[in-house]
Write a protein that binds this ligand. Structure first.
Ligand code: 9MR
Ligand code: 9MR
Length: 561
């Protein structure tokens, strides 16, 4: 057990060592690219009329706010300053009244962040030792070999009755817990693969290869989650109950695979098809597994995973992450889109038309239709049939409508961001939605060339990196005010003071779902964040959130370079 008091002292020392008192200056703490728009927000407690910026002790900029904006829920008045004129690489000091802070401008502003975000997945690997050359001081012995996993009663089949032992090693831990969930890891793979395929070609991107390599580790686990006798896919591999806050090596609870579900089968199919595309050679065996999973889903369209219902019928009860979802239309749309591109079979095209969404929704583990839209947008409109052309056009139109509507509020907002101006924008894991929306803008930018989309993609990322209502940079190990106590069993039990770096925390969540364990100092939607270990509702880390971070910042880095 770590002592929170010691950690607090270290945290205070770390921020003290930056020699800044910047409570009210809210700014991207990771850095700006030279040609990027650059703004900061001054909170109302700092009444300074002007902001000045210094480089090597000399004043290089001074200016007044470009606007005052009032928070629609707290009424707080904030001022936005635009210092985009500054473009020369270097380290700068910002002063506003008695407060100051630093920022950097660099040609490689997001390099380290993009690398660390992907490495976050390496740290989440289960079942292998982590190499000190890669993991640094967070290197550790592998836990959860998962070579002895039981078929849960809910998952029993003729060939694999209850209690049968299977081997299901590798894969990523989902989040702060040690379980492995097909829905969420399949979605995470799909999101990163789709983005990487869009921002690079195999020849020109080391980053793309690194993403492919990391996805491979989870793909190898996914294969084992399919029942070879019928193509169905187990919903998750899990302990019946969450483990305590102990290290992987100390864990001893039994592991089960539970009920096959329609959403797991379809996310499995979508994830593996996009994974194969990211590789440089065809992989008919994997596509065959994806087709088998799809066929199972098509014959079992209402095999939803409802944990409570399952617990009423089967033992032992399971109380870990449910990833329950009562609608599979979006999963059908994504998987059918991928399988049509992979096989050209008209049955999949029929399903694409049948499950086509009416409008675009930003992606999440529970709504993956955007990944299907991306699949169509990536494959372009050249040399395709009239049907395909029409689907492409509709996907593009839907995406642009969503992006144009989403950008409307940025110019009048407190933090200069398109996302985060409605109370509905804040919920469990919303920090990732800032990144997800940026990824949507990047598709729009790539397909139209309009600079406004790129500008807004940067804005949401600036928000999560510090230009926001709490002043936190929501990525561990980055920024001057950064989460120190994420809800992560790995971070908590590894004996290292600093959390594993490169992990995006869930962020402000007015749902306060963990209020039994956590006292929130604010109930405002954008301030409902507590950097304390028990806060799983605002301070957990999770692979799907990191997938959003990887997709957004890696793509931005590729464009900026
Ligand atoms: O640690 C668990 C975390 O990974 C989950 O996201 C969260 C919600 O399902 O649950 C956490 O476990 C908590 C449990 O739900 C309630 N009691 C305290 C547990 C650990 O803080
Ligand atoms: O990210 C999930 C969020 O959308 C849900 O509201 C929440 C409650 O069901 O669960 C989140 O996922 C957690 C999962 O159930 C268990 N592992 C940790 C995940 C992140 O908190």
């Amino acid at each position: 057990m770590k002592s929170r008091i010691i950690l607090l002292a270290v945290a205070a020392f770390l921020s003290g060592s930056c020699a800044v008192e910047s409570e009210n200056i809210r700014i991207d703490q990771v850095g700006f690219y030279p040609s990027q728009e650059k703004t900061l927000t001054l909170e109302q407690d700092n009444p300074s009329e002007t902001v000045s910026i210094y480089r090597a002790g000399r004043k290089v900029w001074e200016g007044e706010a470009v606007r005052t904006a009032e928070s629609p829920w707290s009424g707080k008045e904030r001022r936005v300053f635009d210092f985009s004129e500054i473009s020369r690489p270097g380290t700068y000091t910002v002063k506003a009244g008695s407060e100051k802070t630093e920022f950097t401008v660099s040609e490689n502003a997001f390099d380290a962040l993009a690398e660390a975000a992907l490495k976050g997945f390496y740290h989440q690997r289960s079942g292998m030792d982590l190499d000190p050359a890669v993991a640094g001081k967070w290197a550790r012995r592998g836990g959860h070999p998962d070579t002895l996993v039981f078929i849960h009663a809910s998952a029993a089949s003729e060939g694999r009755p209850e209690g049968t032992v299977i081997s299901s090693p590798k894969g990523w831990y989902d989040a702060g817990d040690y379980n492995k969930y097909v829905v969420n890891s399949g979605y995470s793979m799909g999101l990163m693969a789709e983005a990487a395929l869009m921002f690079s070609t195999p020849e020109d991107s080391d980053r793309r290869q690194a993403i492919h390599e990391e996805l491979k580790y989870n793909a190898e686990w996914l294969y084992t989650m399919q029942d070879p006798s019928d193509g169905g896919v187990y919903h998750k591999l899990t302990n019946p109950e969450f483990e305590g806050f102990i290290s992987p090596l100390e864990c001893s609870k039994p592991r089960y695979v539970v009920q096959k579900s329609v959403t797991a089968a379809l996310d499995f199919a979508g994830a593996l098809c996009s994974f194969v595309e990211l590789g440089d050679s065809p992989d008919p065996e994997t596509i065959a597994k994806a087709e088998a999973a799809y066929a199972w889903a098509a014959s079992n369209p209402s095999a939803f995973y409802f944990q409570e219902r399952m617990n009423r019928t089967y033992d032992p009860d399971v109380s870990t992450g449910a990833y329950g979802d009562g609608s599979a239309s979006d999963e059908f749309f994504w998987a059918a889109s991928c399988l049509y591109r992979a096989t050209g079979k008209t049955g999949y095209l029929e399903d694409v038309k049948r499950y086509m969404p009416e409008s675009f929704s930003v992606m999440s583990w529970g709504n993956v239709s955007a990944l299907g839209v991306f699949e169509w947008l990536r494959n372009g409109k050249n040399g395709v049939s009239a049907d395909e052309q029409e689907i492409y056009e509709r996907c593009l139109q839907m995406l642009l409508e969503y992006c144009d509507r989403s950008m409307e509020s940025a110019e009048t907002s407190c933090y200069n961001s398109p996302y985060g101006n409605s109370p509905r924008d804040f919920y469990w894991g919303c920090a990732s939605t800032f990144c997800d929306q940026s990824v949507c803008f990047l598709y729009a930018y790539k397909l139209t060339g309009k600079a406004g989309y790129l500008k807004n993609a940067f804005r949401n990322v600036n928000y999560i990196l510090g230009q926001n209502a709490t002043g936190y940079c929501y990525v561990t190990g980055f920024g001057s005010k950064s989460p120190m106590f994420p809800h992560s069993r790995l971070c908590h039990s590894d004996g290292v003071v600093e959390p594993i770096p490169g992990l995006l925390v869930g962020g402000p969540n007015p749902g306060h779902n963990d209020k039994a364990e956590v006292t929130y100092s604010s109930s405002y939607p954008d301030e409902s964040y507590e950097d304390v270990m028990p806060s799983y509702a605002s301070n957990e880390i999770a692979i799907n959130w990191n997938a959003s971070l990887v997709a957004a910042v890696t793509w931005l880095a590729e464009i900026a370079e």
